[in-house]
Ligand binder design. Structure first.
Ligand SMILES: NC(=O)c1ccc[n+]([C@@H]2O[C@H](COP(=O)([O-])OP(=O)(O)OC[C@H]3O[C@@H](n4cnc5c(N)ncnc54)[C@H](O)[C@@H]3O)[C@@H](O)[C@H]2O)c1
Length: 449
């Protein structure tokens, strides 16, 4: 759907509302936007850092339930010589007071996953534009609730999936759109990252290997490890699925139709703890989440996708992207490209960097000076910038609500597939048929985002 149509439809959808989005529907572009943050732990502070660097953003309020996070956040404002934001704390519901402020255009949500859905829904109902960290909800219904709320309120929702903006991922997108790989046939990617030191983190500075998780632990070890104990599925599909969706225009002329997931046994986390601390009770826990979850997805237009969730075993980091078409492919793990008839030698890999320099995405070329100092190799600047620019223009985000929930719902769908003996699961069509005609919005040229 074109932006203008979205706004028009949103206007109609919102006509019966008592709370009208603050300036979204009838306002004009803003030079400066006012942000509120819900959750200022490690990731939230990263987004605070991005906001403090910009003249077009004012962070007016933050909410968190831990003093440790709030004080680290305060320090960032003091170091940047910026006015301290109002703070909301004291209960799990404190964020509602932040949402009741009329001077906030948009919120960034960077809390544990179990809070995302309700906080996002409450924010949209309060007329705030939502940028939410990855994982929209924990069930398929949660994802529908987010879509329905966004449609009903007219408020946009964006998953802040930074890997979509990784430089090599975007260069590969440029190659796909330039036809270098030919017609795309198969894609792979995933979350392949040894996170054992994140799941067990005693809060040492600098962080060292720890054995604690739960309330006494630090950052994600406080809450994320519990998901590894309770749930078996691809708990974090968006880093892989987000970029891959753009290569084959999912929700923009194509769609995921069904998926199947398989789970390996779970040994990595127990083995890790036993090695560090022999006899430790955490080594005896029956971790439900298999060490390697593999998910295969079919696309309407005939492409296949393979996603991997692999975060409990020793391994160097690689998101394992593979983009393969009728003329050649990119493999992330050996950082290589092969294009038939164009690579230097027949049947031999070229260094991917040679191709990526040539096909560097125009958005990266234009913004590299601003982006390069930012987190995760610069992609954090891009995702934050995309969100801010969309709010300023009062436009739907380049990763809109339909794309956001599509990449995230793989979590509960993969879980259901595994629970039912690796049976295929139909993929919900959150666009309700609009995927056939929706035009692409993501990273179209150097003027977009
Ligand atoms: N895109 C990325 O590269 C990336 C990287 C890290 C984390 N993340 C995501 O960011 C989110 C936060 O992760 P993190 O690493 O910052 O975790 P964290 O544990 O460091 O921070 C979470 C913060 O939320 C606060 N919080 C918990 N419940 C709250 C509530 N009801 N209201 C307000 N605050 C509340 C906690 O006190 C904590 O300060 C997660 O969704 C995570 O998956 C994304």
């Amino acid at each position: 759907m074109r932006r203008r149509e979205f706004i028009k439809n949103s206007t109609i959808a919102a006509a019966g509302l008592t709370i009208l989005p603050s300036g979204l529907l009838f306002g004009k572009n803003s030079d400066k936007i006012r942000l509120g943050y819900i959750g200022v732990g490690l990731r939230g502070q990263n987004h605070v850092g991005e906001g403090l660097l910009r003249d077009d953003v004012e962070i007016v309020a933050v909410c968190d339930i831990q003093e440790r996070s709030l004080s680290a956040c305060r320090k960032k404002f003091i170091e940047a010589n910026k006015k301290l934001p109002a703070e909301y704390t004291g209960s799990l519901d404190a964020y509602k007071k932040l949402l009741s402020r009329k001077d906030i255009d948009a919120v960034i949500i960077a809390t544990p996953w179990q809070f995302h859905k309700q906080q996002a829904i409450d924010a949209m109902r309060a007329g705030k534009y939502v940028g939410c960290e990855v994982i929209a909800g924990l069930s398929v219904d949660d994802h529908w609730d987010i879509v329905n709320t966004s449609e009903k309120t007219g408020m946009p929702y964006m998953t802040l999936e930074n890997v979509c903006y990784r430089r090599d991922v975007m260069a590969a997108l440029n190659m796909v759109r330039s036809g270098v790989f030919g017609e795309i046939v198969h894609l792979e990617g995933g979350y392949q990252h040894d996170l054992r030191g994140i799941f067990f983190n005693d809060g040492k500075v600098p962080p060292g290997p720890g054995t604690k998780f739960g309330p006494e632990a630090f950052s994600e070890a406080q809450w994320r490890t519990q998901f590894n104990i309770e749930r078996n599925g691809d708990l974090y599909p968006t880093h892989g699925a987000g970029p891959l969706m753009h290569y084959v225009d999912i929700n923009h002329g194509n769609r995921f139709t069904n998926l199947v997931s398989v789970s390996s046994k779970a040994r990595g986390l127990s083995a890790y703890i036993e090695e560090l601390s022999p006899g430790n009770a955490s080594a005896k826990i029956n971790y439900k989440n298999g060490d390697v979850i593999t998910t295969m997805i079919n696309c309407q237009n005939g492409e296949s996708l393979l996603l991997s969730h692999d975060t409990h075993l020793p391994r160097p980091y690689s998101l394992g992207f593979r983009v393969q078409g009728t003329k050649g492919l990119w493999m992330d793990v050996n950082q290589s490209v092969y294009i038939e008839g164009k690579s230097k030698n027949n049947d031999q890999w070229d260094a991917a960097k040679d191709w990526f320099e040539k096909y560097d995405h125009p958005l990266w070329k234009k913004n590299q000076d601003k982006a390069l100092g930012a987190g995760h190799g610069g992609m954090d600047w891009f995702v934050f910038n995309a969100f801010v620019e969309a709010v300023k223009k009062k436009a739907p985000a380049p990763i809109d609500v339909y794309d956001s929930v599509t990449m995230s719902v793989i979590f509960p769908l993969s879980e259901k597939s595994i629970a039912e003996g690796s049976t295929p699961q139909l993929f919900p069509d959150f666009t309700r048929g609009k995927w056939e005609t929706r035009k692409k919005t993501f990273a179209l040229d150097d003027s977009g985002f």
